[in-house]
Design a protein around this ligand. Structure first.
Ligand SMILES: Cc1cc2nc3c(=O)[nH]c(=O)nc-3n(C[C@H](O)[C@H](O)[C@H](O)COP(=O)(O)OP(=O)(O)OC[C@H]3O[C@@H](n4cnc5c(N)ncnc54)[C@H](O)[C@@H]3O)c2cc1C
Length: 292
C-alpha cells in the first residue's frame, strides 16, 4: 500500500517549521520516519501535510553535564547509544536503547521522536518517566518544558499541541548510591517487547531507601510504580521481597492479552521481570557504592 497524498515542507529554521504546522491543522512533524512512515504506508495515518524537521539546525546534539543528558530532536537513537558521556551520566539510557528496534532503525529513528510518539510499548518513554525527565517544546506560543508525568496522555497520545515541535529531551543524571537496570522479553530481539521493566534502586547504607520500576507494554501509558514498601524492611534483598514487589506491581497494572500473549502470560512476565530488574538494579547500586 502507498501513503495517501500529502503536501511536504522541509523548512530550514525552527520558526518556519512552527509556522508551517500552525498554518495547517492536519500537518504532522516528520523526524526519523521510523514510526510515521509505516503508519502512512498502511494508511493508518493520512495527514494533509508533513513538516520535515531534518534540515533544522542545532537539534542533533547529545550533551551531558552533572545534571543529566540533553538529547536534541534530531539525535538518532544510535548516536545516543554510542555516546560514552551520556552512558556515564545516566546509564539507564544505553541499557534501554540497546533494546529499541534494530540497528538500521536506530540509525534513523530519533529518541525525541520516540518520546512524543508516546507508544506505551516503547522503551524511551518509560525511561523518561522513571527518571522524572522532561521534554522542551516550541510552538507559536513560545517554548515550554513538559514534565514526563504530564507528557503521556494515552495510547500514541502526547500532550503536545499539533503545532508544537519537541526540540530537546532531558534525562536527569543517576543520583548517588543508585543503581539502574533494564530487562524485557520480546518475541525476537529488536521487536517491541511483550513486557519490559526499567528499574531504579537507591541505597542508604545497606538498606533500600527507594525502589521504583517503570513498565512498558502492559498498560496504555508508560507506568512507574513505587515498590519501596515491598523492599525497604530488610537489609538484604530476598527472593520473597522481590516476589512481593512483583505482586505490588501487578496490583497497580492490568496486563491485557493480545495475539502475542495472554493476560496471564503478561502478568507472569511482570512478576519475573520485576524481580530480575530490581535484583540487577540493586547489584548495580552496590557496585557503584564500592567505586571510588
Ligand atoms: C520494525 C520497527 C521496529 C521498531 N521497534 C521499536 C522498539 O522495539 N522500541 C521502540 O521504542 N521503538 C521501536 N520502533 C520505533 C522507532 O524507535 C522510531 O524511531 C520512533 O518510535 C520514532 O522516532 P522517529 O524519529 O522515527 O519519528 P517519526 O516516525 O518521524 O515520528 C513519529 C511521531 O512522532 C512525531 N514527532 C517526531 N518527532 C517530533 C518532534 N520533534 N516534535 C513533535 N512531533 C514529533 C511525528 O509527527 C509522528 O507522529 C520500531 C520501528 C520499526 C519500523
Amino acid at each position: 500500500m502507498k501513503p495517501a497524498p500529502f503536501a511536504y515542507a522541509r523548512p530550514t529554521d525552527l520558526a518556519s517549521a512552527v509556522e508551517a504546522l500552525a498554518g495547517n491543522a492536519d500537518a504532522k512533524v516528520l523526524a526519523g520516519g521510523q514510526s510515521l512512515v509505516p503508519l502512512l504506508s498502511m494508511r493508518l495515518a493520512a495527514p494533509a501535510m508533513l513538516v520535515d524537521i531534518n534540515r533544522l539546525p542545532d537539534l542533533d546534539h547529545v550533551t551531558s553535564d552533572a545534571s543529566g543528558v540533553r538529547v536534541g530532536a534530531l539525535a538518532r537513537h544510535a548516536a545516543v547509544l554510542a555516546d560514552d558521556e551520556a552512558r556515564r551520566i545516566q546509564p539507564l539510557l544505553a541499557l534501554a536503547l540497546a533494546n529499541v528496534a534494530h540497528a538500521t532503525i536506530r540509525n534513523r529513528g530519533t529518541t525525541v521522536g520516540s518520546l512524543v510518539h508516546a507508544d506505551a510499548a516503547a522503551e524511551m518513554p518509560v525511561v523518561l518517566c522513571l527518571l522524572g525527565g522532561s521534554v522542551d517544546v516550541v510552538g507559536p506560543r513560545g517554548r515550554r518544558t513538559v514534565a514526563a508525568a504530564d507528557l503521556f496522555l494515552g495510547p500514541l497520545e502526547s500532550s503536545l499541541a499539533h503545532d508544537e515541535i519537541a526540540v530537546e529531551a532531558f534525562f536527569p543524571a543517576l543520583a548517588a548510591h543508585t543503581g539502574v537496570a533494564f530487562r524485557e522479553v520480546a518475541r525476537r530481539h529488536g521487536d517491541y517487547a511483550l513486557c519490559g521493566v526499567a528499574g531504579l534502586v537507591r541505597l542508604e547504607g545497606p538498606r533500600i531507601a527507594e525502589a521504583r520500576a517503570g513498565y512498558l507494554s502492559v498498560s496504555d501509558v508508560p507506568t512507574v510504580i513505587d515498590l519501596t514498601p515491598a523492599l525497604s524492611s530488610s537489609e538484604s534483598l530476598s527472593d520473597e521481597a522481590l516476589a512481593a514487589a512483583g505482586e505490588l506491581a501487578l496490583a497497580a497494572l492490568d496486563p491485557q492479552g493480545d495475539i502475542h500473549g495472554t493476560a496471564a502470560y503478561r502478568a507472569q512476565l511482570v512478576r519475573a521481570l520485576t524481580a530480575r530488574t530490581l535484583r540487577a538494579a540493586y547489584d548495580d547500586a552496590g557496585r557503584r557504592r564500592e567505586q571510588p
